[in-house]
Design a protein around this ligand. Structure first.
Ligand SMILES: [Zn+2]
Length: 105
């Protein structure tokens, strides 16, 4: 007797995707770094992905962070002005992230 195995699992779970403001490519949300602008106007990196506020996403790649910084894309997307000091702080954080080698060019 052969028993039929019925799997209740869907073949592929839907992965939420977000667009990187650097290279404008879509990636699975969990591969991206979320920046959030809190109601106080402070921009922070949101590792939990759950902080309240306006959020934008960047690949953890140097090219994308540079784009976000130099082209003010992050500022625009968050509708705020990120100070150079704040940027230095945020940029420093990138070194802790795994480089995904995104070819932003
Ligand atoms: Zn990117």
């Amino acid at each position: 007797m052969r028993r039929k195995i019925i799997s209740k699992q869907s073949p592929r779970a839907k992965i939420p995707e977000r667009t990187c403001v650097g290279c404008r490519r879509k990636r699975p949300k969990r591969e991206l770094v979320r920046f959030v602008r809190a109601s106080s106007g402070v921009v922070e990196i949101d590792l939990s992905g759950k902080k309240a506020g306006r959020g934008v996403y960047l690949c953890p790649s140097p090219g994308c962070w540079e784009m976000g910084l130099k082209k003010n894309r992050l500022d625009q997307a968050l509708r705020t002005k990120i100070s150079p000091e704040k940027w230095a702080q945020l940029a420093e954080f990138r070194f802790f992230l795994k480089d995904v080698g995104c070819d932003a060019g």
